[in-house]
Design a binder for this molecule. Structure first.
Ligand code: ADP
Length: 379
């Protein structure tokens, strides 16, 4: 029996636990602040504690054979110490040190000649017209270096707005605005023996206000050559991290058909949720295979699949329910995953729906109809 310790008890942990299969002897220990989290009810053991506390992470480590995380904003120094003491941690803590800080991540891309949008690092107080003029166009992207997630910590502003009123303080990343980019993700698994599996490219659409992924599907509408190149770039940058793990690489396909890496997530990712029903081996099962040293599964698509995020609307707070759930799923081509979150808040990820169809054309049509029927209402 392998005991997997997961730092974080959100929906990614929950879906990882749900992916266990009978021939893999595995149990789960979860660390999260409160037992009122998605993963706790299905964990074999739950530890209430802080993701930032060395003591609490040590308690989790003692209860598990292999340690991992489902969220980046955790105590990486504690993981570095535990690794030195011989604990198996996947991915390696060094991966988190590179990725936790978006500035260091961009420098990592630069050092390894991984194409990425031009950038500068500075303190928010140091923004000047001269600095902004180094970037093309009227718009500029400003990101907090640490602690951002789900579009929080990302602002797309005109240069005039950035000079007048910056939404962030402290260390920031300035990035060239990539206009009219197609946003693509690839999920890459690296096994403990170094073998790899790369999932088909995913085309993603974001909410322009929240910068949160709203809708995605795979296969992406790109040529086979671009697909190969994107998969190669995704694999290349993950391999440079030099660690086993399950990673999502988010990329921009620019107007000139250049591939620029935006960021790497060192864990299962929202961009891979469609793989549960859409692929032979889901990103979550693949993650478990990596953690337990089992052979990697087949990442290919069974059929075209799309995912729609179910997020908290602006006008509902507290107790909630999804309207029409039974009607939505009755034809067998729509799968709803709700994350057991007790309360809704604006833009909070509450669940997702996956749609499958025999052709991409049919998929996009069906997904559009499903999108319009997904409604969170007060209970
Ligand atoms: P997070 O880590 O919160 O997911 P990202 O850096 O991935 O933040 O940014 C979220 C979204 O904001 C991106 O998927 C994209 O839609 C938009 N965005 C981020 N950087 C840029 C950029 N340089 N140019 C254009 N859009 C961007």
């Amino acid at each position: 029996m392998i005991r997997v310790g997961i730092i974080g008890g959100g929906q990614l942990g929950m879906m990882t636990i749900e992916a266990k299969f009978p021939s893999l002897p595995v149990e789960f220990v979860t660390l999260e602040q409160s037992a009122d989290c998605p993963a706790a009810p299905i964990s074999n053991q739950f530890i209430a504690g802080s993701l930032k506390s060395e003591t609490d992470i040590r308690t989790l480590a003692e209860a598990s054979d292999v340690l991992t995380w489902e969220i980046e904003h955790i105590n990486v120094e504690a993981l570095v110490k535990l690794e030195k003491e011989g604990k198996t941690i996947i991915p390696k803590p060094s991966v988190l040190q590179t990725i936790q800080d978006k500035g260091i991540q961009k420098q990592f891309f630069q050092q390894h000649n991984i194409p990425t949008a031009p950038f500068a690092l500075c303190d928010a107080r140091e923004i000047t017209e001269a600095l902004l003029s180094q970037f093309p166009g009227d718009q500029i992207v400003i990101k907090t270096r640490k602690g951002g997630y789900d579009g929080k910590g990302v602002a797309i502003l005109t240069k005039a707005e950035a000079l007048r009123n910056l939404p962030f303080t402290g260390e920031i990343l300035l990035e060239s605005f990539v206009p009219n980019a197609l946003e693509i993700a690839v999920i890459v698994a690296i096994a403990q023996d170094g073998s790899h599996a790369v999932y088909p490219a995913i085309e993603m659409y974001f909410n322009p206000k929240s910068n949160l992924v709203e809708f995605l599907f795979s296969p992406a509408r790109i040529s086979p050559e671009l697909e190969r190149n994107i998969q190669a770039v995704g694999l290349q940058c993950v391999q440079k991290l030099n660690s086993p793990g399950l990673f999502a690489v988010e990329l921009f396909l620019t107007e000139n058909q250049e591939i620029w890496v935006n960021e790497i997530a060192p864990r299962p990712h929202n961009s891979g949720h469609h793989t549960i029903e859409g692929c032979h081996c889901s990103q979550f099962e693949q993650f478990l295979r990596v953690l337990c040293g089992a052979p990697l599964g087949d990442p290919s698509l069974i059929q075209p699949s799309a995912m729609i995020n179910i997020v908290g609307p602006d006008n509902v707070s507290g107790d909630y329910q999804l309207a029409n759930e039974t009607k939505l799923t009755q034809d067998g081509d729509v799968f709803v995953h709700m994350y057991r979150k007790a309360e809704t808040r604006p833009n909070r990820k509450l669940g997702h729906a996956t749609v499958i169809a025999p052709t991409l054309e049919a998929l996009l049509e069906r997904a559009e109809a499903v999108k319009n029927q997904l409604e969170i209402v007060a209970k």
